[in-house]
Design a protein around this ligand. Structure first.
Ligand SMILES: NC(=O)c1ccc[n+]([C@@H]2O[C@H](COP(=O)([O-])OP(=O)(O)OC[C@H]3O[C@@H](n4cnc5c(N)ncnc54)[C@H](O)[C@@H]3O)[C@@H](O)[C@H]2O)c1
Length: 275
């Protein structure tokens, strides 16, 4: 038997990680999970004040260095400035969690029926959900290659990048005070994320940069009871996820516990994709 500590494989002490969309519902848990595991974390989000607030509370709680950085992942200059800042604060980057996704300030346009969907809205969502992943992976990947120590990149997709939504669940379903659905642009962007992950996993395999997808199922965050009932009825575990339930998969993919895993998709969906 080797002297390996199996629990130690999950330890992130001395590593540094970036989480985009870090101030969001899932992102806050992802940042906390990395910090509790010992990593220094850059909380990156378009809402700068939220990133700074979260960074302060996490560094107090977990006694590791956490910084908040405002960044628009769809803007190449903003991405470069963010990466330069992380390197100047932490010296290197070992983990990237590409997790940001855009809803829209204009919910009417975001939830519009496909037949009337505007190209402008389609492009806005793609620019964050897919262009943003490419831009951040490109900037951080270059840095990981320059460091010569490999790295782990995790990209958040969605169950709707793999499976079509059952349109019947949206009848009577409200969120953010309005009727909801899953727009086609969201599904298409998330399917693109899975493709980008697979591509980069073989492209950077010889640099020891592992690239994997984390696919969450529907997570409870204020949807009305009708939506929760209809959604849960299709789930083998019969409920929506709690946001913290996504963190275990991230810690596995970010750490040496998954050192022989690349190009994969870890699906945390309560069993939805099993039937
Ligand atoms: N919550 C769910 O049920 C669910 C299900 C499947 C997949 N996901 C995916 O999980 C990830 C996190 O989702 P969430 O539920 O925390 O959503 P969220 O909206 O709470 O978080 C997304 C974060 O991304 C940030 N963001 C938006 N545009 C940005 C930009 N241009 N630059 C930088 N940051 C930007 C937002 O400010 C927000 O904080 C997303 O990729 C989402 O698609 C979520």
């Amino acid at each position: 038997m080797s002297e390996i500590s199996y629990r130690g494989l999950f330890d992130l002490t001395g590593k540094t990680g970036i989480v985009t969309g870090g101030a969001g519902i899932l992102g806050q848990h992802f940042c906390a999970g990395l910090a509790e595991s010992g990593a220094r974390v850059a909380v990156v989000d378009v809402h700068e004040s939220k990133t700074i607030e979260l960074a302060q509370s996490l560094s107090r709680r977990y006694k590791v260095q956490v910084i908040g950085i405002g960044c628009d992942v769809s803007d190449p200059a903003s991405v470069q400035t963010m990466v330069t800042r992380v390197i100047s604060e932490f010296g290197e980057i070992n983990i990237l969690h590409n997790n940001a996704a855009g809803k829209s300030d204009d919910l009417e346009a975001f939830f519009a029926p496909f037949e009337e969907y505007s190209l402008d809205q389609w492009r806005k969502i793609m620019s964050v959900n897919l262009d943003g992943m490419y831009l951040v992976a490109q900037a951080v990947g270059k840095q990981m290659i320059a460091q010569g120590k490999g790295g782990s990149i995790i990209q958040t997709a969605s169950i709707y990048g793999m499976l079509a939504p059952d349109q019947r669940i949206y009848e009577g379903s409200f969120y953010l005070d309005r009727q909801i659905n899953t727009p086609a642009v969201y599904a298409a962007s998330k399917a693109g994320v899975i493709g980008l992950t697979k591509y980069l996993s073989t492209y950077w395999a010889n640099k020891e940069i592992r690239v994997n997808t984390l696919t969450p199922g529907g997570t409870e965050s204020g949807q009305n009871d009708e939506f929760k009932r209809r959604y849960s009825a299709r789930i083998p575990l019969n409920r929506m996820a709690d946001a913290y339930e996504m963190v275990g998969a991230l810690l596995y993919l970010a750490s040496d516990a998954s050192s022989y895993v690349t190009g994969q998709n870890i699906i945390v969906d309560g069993g939805l994709s099993a039937w």
